[in-house]
Ligand binder design. Structure first.
Ligand code: SER
Length: 414
């Protein structure tokens, strides 16, 4: 089974349960300047969660392209991704906890054939804003979840909201046990040791969090679920990271073949940022100095820096883009149609960045000479900031260069 099979199974399953399959909304939200990118499947559905009638009815399912950049600096480890796909099903004032939990359990155990012993679930422990979710726990027990696989946690773990204000509610989350040894006696799904990996989140959206932090009840009780495709695909294939699955493996292999340096973290950053950039450009994003354009610029520039770190000839970039599109076009057919534009945008941005780097490097050495004349052997924050602010020279590059410049090693320790 691969990612496309899982996606198809999901859509077919929810269709058989009376859901209408709706298309993925674009990564760049239409008529919504308040958010940079679509970050969750529920985002395009907010008006309908608040009570507006959806033209396709009260049961919907889709796969949604998402970009989240809060963890951009973590990319390169074994799990953080800036682009991912979220499979989701929604009840807009239709079914609630019972049907939602039963359908999720059936999908995981019958369609994906995950044994119950591999699953654990969490439910909301309750507080002043909403009661302890005994109802969900009871349903989980009824379907066959053992008592000691059901955990109660507070708002930090079992409450979902996009941002500070909006529709929200307690959630029940499903975890996959990777079979790793528990990290301690108290090892549980809320811990980060890697034994339990969250796979699905069912939010029981019946509240609205107001601007002043208080909660009111929504007009209707909704369900909003999200199942991360890259993650479930990796687990079902028994792989340790998404980079080991078919989504990334061919591009990882090509980057490794072209590299003159062995650096797994940089290889992953190139593969991940390239996929994100391709997807954003395909949906109309273009690099710029503000907002979403700036995020795209950052992704392409960070990827270019890591190509340099791996000592890959930058003329290979179009080939890497071609290979990436070839690998992903069955999942996202519009990549093929937009291939030439995608290549052009990435290569142009890479060229601009290389000019910025060359220019910034000159300014860096001018600054060093000035500091040396002043008998200083430490780069001050002001100089680092000026190099970045005026010449676009990234602080990370300044740091690398300072490390390699005699007498300026101390900067590296700031
Ligand atoms: N909105 C929830 C999430 O993003 C469930 O889809 O996790």
């Amino acid at each position: 089974m691969n990612a496309i099979d899982i996606r198809n199974k999901f859509l077919k399953f929810f269709e058989s349960k009376g859901h209408t399959i709706i298309p993925s909304a674009p990564l760049i939200p239409e008529n919504d300047p308040s958010v940079l990118f679509t970050t969750a499947g529920m985002q395009p559905l907010v008006p309908y969660l608040l009570g507006e009638k959806h033209p396709e009815g009260t049961r919907l399912a889709d796969y949604q392209k998402c970009v989240r950049t809060v963890d951009i600096d973590e990319v390169g480890d074994n799990r953080h991704l800036t682009y991912f796909e979220m499979l989701g099903n929604w009840s807009l004032g239709d079914y609630f906890k019972e049907e939602s939990i039963k359908m999720s359990y059936e999908f995981l155990t019958k369609e994906l054939e995950i044994p119950t012993e591999k699953l654990s679930v969490t439910v909301f422990a309750g507080d002043d804003d909403a009661p302890r979710d005994e109802e969900s726990a009871k349903i989980w027990k009824e379907v066959g979840m053992p008592n000691d696989h059901i955990y109660y946690f507070g708002k930090d773990d079992n409450w979902w909201i996009a941002g500070e204000e909006g529709p929200c509610g307690p959630d029940t989350e499903m975890f996959y046990d990777t079979g790793k040894e528990p990290c301690s006696e108290n090892c549980n799904p809320s811990c980060d040791c890697g034994k339990y990996v969250e796979i699905w989140n069912n939010v029981f959206m019946e509240y609205y969090k107001q601007h002043d932090g208080t909660y009111t009840k929504l007009k209707q009780k909704n369900v909003d679920t999200g199942l991360g495709l890259e993650r479930i695909n990796m687990l079902l294939q028994g792989k340790q990271t998404p980079y080991d699955t078919e989504i990334f493996a061919p591009i990882m292999a090509k980057i490794q073949e072209l590299s003159k340096k062995d650096n797994l973290q940089s290889t992953r950053i190139v593969a991940e940022h390239l996929r994100s950039s391709i997807m954003i450009i395909c949906d109309g994003g273009r690099p710029s100095n503000v907002d979403r354009g700036y995020v795209l610029r950052r992704l392409i520039r960070r990827m270019t820096r890591h190509l340099n770190k791996l000592q890959i000839n930058l003329d290979e970039l179009p080939k890497l883009i071609d290979l990436n599109i070839e690998n992903l076009k069955d999942m996202y057919p519009s990549l093929e149609t937009n291939k030439e534009t995608i290549k052009q945008v990435i290569v142009e941005e890479k060229d601009k960045f290389m000019k910025t780097l060359a220019n910034g490097e000159k300014e860096f050495f001018k600054a060093i000479t000035r500091l040396q004349n002043e008998n200083k052997n430490k780069l001050d924050g002001q100089t680092v900031f000026k190099l970045y602010d005026t010449y676009g020279f990234p602080p990370e590059v300044t740091k690398d260069l300072a490390r390699r410049t005699r007498n300026f090693y101390r900067y590296a320790r700031i």
